[in-house]
Design a binder for this molecule. Structure first.
Ligand SMILES: [Zn+2]
Length: 131
């Protein structure tokens, strides 16, 4: 089990929340450029992370233009939920520690460096699912 201190968890939470806000700003920027004003208003109307998932909302609206950001927002949301779990910080493949430094660099990481590179080698040719 990963041994993250409360302080480290708090730092990760802050990093994730900041990432989420950055992504939301990116989404708004993209939508503004695309002239989708109604989506811009919607993305800006949800003030806090939590009850209303901005990512879900945007997916419902079929906002394909912000696919990448929406996917990452979903990852961030899922990671924020996992922060409360005892096994947070464990690699989903080998069960070892992902490591605090790696998590700070990639807060949504679910694998340790070794498993991630294996995973990427295995799946690097997999086509991205598109709608
Ligand atoms: Zn691993």
């Amino acid at each position: 089990m990963a041994k993250l201190t409360d302080d480290q968890l708090a730092q990760l939470k802050t990093a994730l929340q900041q990432r989420y806000l950055d992504l939301r700003e990116e989404v708004r920027g993209e939508l503004e450029r695309s002239g989708e004003q109604r989506y811009v208003d919607l993305a800006g109307s949800v003030a806090d992370i939590g009850d209303d998932s901005v990512a879900d909302m945007l997916v419902d609206l079929d906002a394909a233009i912000v696919d990448r950001q929406v996917n990452e927002m979903r990852e961030v949301e899922a990671t924020l939920k996992r922060l409360a779990e005892l096994n947070f910080g464990d690699c989903i493949d080998c069960g070892g520690e992902i490591g605090f430094d790696r998590l700070m660099a990639y807060p949504t990481a679910q694998r340790c460096v070794r498993c991630q590179s294996l995973h990427e080698k295995t799946y690097s040719h997999e086509p991205n699912p598109t709608l």
